[in-house]
Design a binder for this molecule. Structure first.
Ligand SMILES: Nc1ncnc2c1ncn2[C@@H]1O[C@H](COP(=O)(O)OP(=O)(O)OP(=O)(O)O)[C@@H](O)[C@H]1O
Ligand SMILES: [Mg+2]
Length: 327
């Protein structure tokens, strides 16, 4: 069997709570693997989607703590890596596109130069080779006038254009894995589709793995090969995108039932009624549940050089219990 591009087993992220408050468990032992495919993570706000992406990228700042039984990028073990180690991998082997390019890009450097600088930093190219590579990259993400756009500053580009610039910047050093966290949620529907098509063409053309994070289940299901459904810090379901009709978890089924359908007139759309029992580990996806209670090796987010031993799984308290309707 070939090594997956990304292996995540029993990944947990814990933040300290306020004074005399229980810690916040943002991720509670999620497990999945990713090959050269498009895997979607879907879930409601606060379910831990971005935390999952950031933990893989080594972007959980202290005092957040990361634990994993296994966290690998190909053969590379990420679980014991310090920040310098993550910096060597970020950009070059894995990259993350964030929701809003206006915040993610440097406001005082032209967008083209930012792409070129990324190329130089990772591939040690000279200035003119980096500029040529950046122009080519702008062209390949369907920017019509690359030479003009190269010299624009982030505030001068539209949302869709900014998101293409971000994609260009994240792909220029040729990473194997791209994590895109709500890359299109700030865009209108037409531009959303164009940006996703650009992403799709690049990911397929380069044979990369894509982890696409969104709260939008139809978008994820239409665009990805497989879908992970998250609820309250856990993966509660993994489905082939084409098979979402067979969803088993009441949260996924509730989401699907609540979607409007032009072919079916319904006077009232059903509402999702949450059950506190959905937060129970028994609802974890079997791939994840098998590993709960395994011996997670804590990473070293505070760079002290001393791995922090994981508390027993049962010590992870429920941080934000899902609201109980009518309570
Ligand atoms: N730095 C932090 N300190 C404390 N808690 C945090 C921190 N970052 C995230 N959390 C908590 O972790 C949980 C998961 O957050 P996360 O941002 O991963 O959710 P999400 O699924 O991406 O939501 P959204 O769809 O709104 O982006 C939330 O309860 C959030 O409050
Ligand atoms: Mg998020």
């Amino acid at each position: 069997m070939t090594t997956p591009l990304l292996t995540v087993r029993d990944l947990s992220v814990l933040y300290p709570g306020g004074p005399r408050q229980a810690p916040i468990a943002a991720l509670r032992g999620i497990s999945f693997t990713l090959g050269r495919e498009r895997l979607g993570i879907v879930g409601e706000s606060g379910s831990g989607k971005s935390t999952a992406g950031r933990a893989v990228m080594g972007l959980i700042p202290p005092p957040g703590r990361v634990a994993a039984a296994e966290l690998r990028l190909g053969e590379t073990d990420l679980s014991g890596l310090d920040q310098a180690g993550f910096r060597r991998l970020r950009g070059r082997r894995m990259a993350m596109v964030l929701q809003d390019p206006k915040f993610a890009l440097n406001p005082v450097m032209s967008v083209g130069r930012q792409i070129a600088e990324t190329h130089r930093a990772h591939l040690r190219a000279g200035p003119s080779a980096a500029r040529a590579a950046a122009l080519e990259m702008l062209d390949s993400v369907q920017i019509r006038e690359p030479r003009r756009v190269y010299d624009l500053y982030p505030h001068q580009v539209s949302g869709g254009m900014g998101q293409r610039v971000m994609i260009a910047m994240m792909l220029i050093a040729g990473p194997e894995l791209l994590i895109a966290d709500e890359p299109t949620s700030a865009l209108d529907v037409t531009v959303q589709r164009q940006v996703l098509e650009v992403l799709d063409r690049q990911v397929r053309g380069r044979g990369m793995g894509l982890l696409l994070i969104s709260h939008n289940l139809p978008l994820i299901a239409g665009f990805c090969d497989r879908v992970l459904v998250m609820y309250d810090g856990r993966v509660v379901e993994t489905l082939p995108a084409s098979d979402r009709g067979r969803a088993r978890h009441p949260y996924t089924r509730g989401l699907l039932a609540a979607l409007p359908d032009l072919r079916r007139r319904r006077p009232v759309l059903p509402q999702l009624v949450r059950d506190p029992a959905w937060s129970d580990p028994a609802w974890s996806d079997p791939g994840g549940a098998d590993h709960i209670g395994a011996d997670p090796a804590w990473s070293d987010p505070d760079h002290s050089g001393t791995p922090v031993p994981a508390p027993p799984w049962q010590d992870f308290p429920g941080a934000v219990p899902p609201p109980v309707p009518g309570a």
